[in-house]
Write a new protein. Structure first.
Length: 201
């Protein structure tokens, strides 16, 4: 009999690695739940029934507000946690109020793809992408949340470039983005605010 009971979402990304790991021992018995179930079931109710939960960081604000989670830096040695490495800022996305509340199970990011026989070199800037579109078909993934994610990423890129110009003494300020296509977009909340205040329909 397993020592702990865990709940994850019913998708290969959320269950395969955990189930294969659990097959080699008796530490955690994993149960699965539809992704929609995490939205319809209050996180504090799930935490009362399970010892370990797989959750996405938009749920972190509700979980902390109800005291449903125990921070990982009180379970594991902080020195050991500091040695962990993940893709990009995956681990910091689960840090809030000075504590680490979860570890990333997987990571997703936007990437570009090309046919080498048609596009020998990757375009490095949006200007090059626009130029490429005059000669080859170019498409953006805009289904579901991806349109917003494109906008958010462009805002971040413009902000980084603006700060670099300011540090180097450039004349262009953050209020004057390098590419005007982003001017109409409202700047999204910070990652911290997005985690602390999950979206409610």
């Amino acid at each position: 009999m397993a020592e702990f009971t865990g709940l994850t979402w019913d998708h290969p990304r959320g269950r395969q690695a955990l189930e294969r790991s659990a097959a080699s021992g008796t530490l955690i018995e994993w149960h699965v739940h539809p992704l929609e179930g995490f939205e319809s079931s209050p996180i504090d109710e799930l935490a009362a029934r399970y010892d370990v939960i797989v959750l996405d960081h938009p749920h972190l604000g509700d979980a902390l507000a109800t005291g449903a989670l125990q921070s990982l830096d009180t379970v594991f040695e902080p020195e050991w946690l500091a040695t962990l490495r993940c893709v990009g800022p995956s681990i910091p996305s689960y840090e809030l109020d000075g504590h680490l509340w979860a570890l990333p199970l997987d990571a997703a990011t936007q990437v570009s793809a090309r046919l080498p026989e048609r596009v020998p070199e990757n375009p490095a800037t949006w200007t090059e992408v626009v130029e490429l579109s005059h000669h080859q078909p170019v498409a953006l993934s805009l289904a579901g949340p991806h349109a917003y994610l494109h906008c958010e990423r462009r805002e971040a890129e413009v902000g980084v470039r603006s700060r670099e110009r300011q540090r180097s003494g450039g004349a262009r300020s953050a209020a004057r983005p390098a590419e005007p296509s982003t001017r109409r977009h409202r700047k999204p909340q910070s990652d911290r605010d997005a985690r602390a205040h999950p979206h409610r329909p």
